[in-house]
Every structure is written in C-alpha cells, then in structure tokens.
Ligand binder design. Structure first.
Ligand SMILES: *Cc1c(COP(=O)(O)O)cnc(C)c1O
Length: 349
C-alpha cells in the first residue's frame, strides 16, 4: 500500500496472546479484590474478568457490528468513538506537511487532528445554501492530490446529504484515501458501508454515539477492505477498547428493532421541529441527521436560550448567526419553540 506513511511501513500489529488458559500469569494483571460482585451485579456473565485485559480483537463486538452493517467482521476495526478512528486513519496515512481535504463547514475535529499531526488542511467551500459540490471537490483534489479526503455524510453541522452516486464519482476520480464519516447515516439513506470491498481506498466510519444513544461508552468503528484494515490494525494501540464498552456495544447492536424505532421517532420529530422553526423568522436548512441547522438575525440566540436553561450549539467566524440544535423529544422541542417564540416577541417590541 504505497500511501502509507514511511514511519508506519515497517510496523507489525501488537500480538496479544489470547489462548485458552487454566492459570493466567503472563501479563502482570492483578487480582480483582475490589469488585468481586461486578460480573453478577451487571450480569456481564461468568466470562467477564475485570482483572484481565479485554479482548484485543473485540471479536464478539465486531461480529455484532458485522451483522448490523451486513459485512464481514474482518472488514471492521472498533475503537473509542469514531474520533479515535479518524485519528487512527490520519496517524496511518498522513505525514507532516501532507495534504488532507474536506468540505467546510464540516466536523471540526478533521482540521483539529490535521493540526495535531502537522498536516496541511485544505477546506473546500460549501455553496451558499450549504449544499456540497462534489465536482468542485474532485477538481481541487485533482490539483492538490491529497493523501486523505474526509467526507462527512450527512454533514455536521449542516445536515446536508451527499448522494451515494456523488461519492462513487469521487472514488472513481481520485486515488486519495477517501474517508466517509457516517456518524448520522441511520437518520438518512445512502450508506457506503457495504461498498468498501469494491474500492482500494474507501474507509467508512460509524458510531454508537448518535442513533444508538451510547455516547458515554465511547464506541465507534471503521469499515474498509482487508488490506487497509490490516495496516491500520498495525497502528492501533493494544487493547484500545475496554471490556465494558465491548460488552455493552455488542448487546446494543442486537437491538435492531429498537434502534429503527428510535430513528423513526427522531425523523418525525425532526419534521415537527423543522416546521416549527420555519414559522419563526429563521432560515432553516433541510436536515438528514438528528439535528437542525438554522440562521437567525437575532444576536446571541444561544445565550438567550441558556438563560432559559436550554442549550443549543452556536458558531463563530464565517458561521456567526448560525445555530445547530439537536432534535429532542416532543416535550423538549415544544419547550424550545416556546422559549424561541418569547425571544422573537421581545426582539420585535
Ligand atoms: C459526533 C460525531 C463524531 C464522533 O463520534 P464518536 O463516535 O462519539 O467519537 C464523528 N463524526 C461526526 C461527524 C460527528 O458528528
């Protein structure tokens, strides 16, 4: 794989010795003296030993992830949120001063990680209505030939969805590593997750933090062809994913009906909230995620809402006056709208 960083080329994956045993004295693990009841108390099962390192390969979890996505576990790496996955990809492929690209505005961590790894971050501007122009991305990528192109789909913070055929077009035109961050894909359509086998350069990122509502356990995963998976596994830290997270994640991914039910509910609330926001003097953008992006002429809308105990996300710089609000429950959305109506009324008088 010629795109791999020089410093990564010679690496071998950490080899955790995971064989059946009777007495385990190979890894300097202490005994569990503090939480003797933890396996029963949390019904983690008899196999759960808090004093042993977790499964380095997260076998049971990756099996469930494979079932959830419809792909082989050998095409999956799990980690501490898709944030760790983004960092792992950059660590593996992008050397100092090498270029990486994404649309802007998009997920802020792309440029943050780019800075941390001293890469050269190049943002491709959105259209005025925050739609994304893939032909422009392809043209710029042709000029710059970046190591990595990060596509957030649906896009955070705007909620814009890029059509699958546009991502396929990008893949056919560039030979950069293309990372599609699908943190919100459950709320939309057009996942590239099952297409990874068709391409030599495609990585798809997913997370349990959004549609599965498990942000606290820090669990995300990447999906790619086995060549890329094997290389990135050489860079991944040993035992990167703790046992509690592996366990809860595997249980969660089996609950497909509940997840689908929740997603449908959020989509309905998204329509409701979007309609209500549209009645106010705001510009509201169509969203394919679990949040809504809008702009307002009222200064410091977020600070005014905060006085009422309601938190929404605000932006600065080019996006001053733009806001992102997560779709809440009907009760929460109704409270938000009530509060916004009050703010708008006071503004007018
Ligand atoms: C929330 C979010 C993530 C981070 O997800 P974790 O799995 O919690 O790290 C990644 N990408 C995008 C676009 C997000 O909005």
């Amino acid at each position: 794989m010629q795109k791999v960083k020089e410093s990564v080329k010679g690496l071998k994956a950490y080899n955790a010795n995971q064989v059946p045993f009777r007495i385990k004295l190979d890894a300097n693990e202490g005994k569990n003296i503090l939480f003797k009841d933890i396996s029963e108390g949390l019904s983690f099962g008899e196999d759960f030993n808090i004093n042993f390192y977790p499964d380095n390969d997260a076998v049971l979890l990756r099996k469930e992830m494979g079932g959830y996505i419809g792909i082989s576990p050998s095409n999956i790496i799990a980690g501490n949120g898709s944030s760790e996955m983004i960092e792992l990809v950059i660590k593996t492929f992008v050397d100092k001063d090498e270029a990486m690209m994404s649309f802007v505005p998009s997920f802020s961590m792309y440029s943050v990680f780019s800075s941390i790894y001293s890469a050269d971050f190049i943002g491709v501007e959105s259209n005025e209505d925050f739609s994304l122009d893939m032909d422009l991305m392809i043209k710029k990528a042709g000029e710059i030939n970046p190591k990595l192109i990060l596509i957030c789909n649906p896009n955070n913070p705007t909620g814009f969805l890029i059509a699958k055929k546009d991502i396929e077009k990008l893949l056919s035109e560039v030979d950069s590593i293309v990372v599609v961050d699908e943190a919100y894909m459950e709320f939309a359509e057009g996942s590239m997750a099952q297409e990874v086998l068709k391409y030599k350069n495609l990585i798809v990122l997913r997370t349990l933090s959004k549609a599965l509502g498990l942000a606290a356990i820090r669990l995300g995963y990447m999906i790619s062809n086995e060549e890329i998976i094997n290389i990135i596994n050489n860079v991944r830290s040993p035992y990167n994913l703790n046992a509690v997270t592996q366990y809860i994640g595997a249980m969660a991914l089996r609950k497909k009906d509940e997840i689908t039910g929740y997603v449908e509910e959020v989509k309905k609330e998204r329509d409701f909230l979007s309609g209500e926001l549209g009645e106010l003097p705001f510009e509201v953008y169509k969203s394919h995620a679990n949040f809504i992006f809008f702009s307002s002429g009222i200064d410091d809308l977020d600070k005014r809402l905060k006085e009422d105990g309601i938190l929404i996300r605000s932006f600065s710089g080019d996006l001053k006056g733009y806001y992102r609000v997560t779709v809440g429950s009907r009760a929460e959305n109704t409270e938000l709208i009530k509060s916004l109506k009050e703010i708008v009324k006071n503004e007018k008088s």
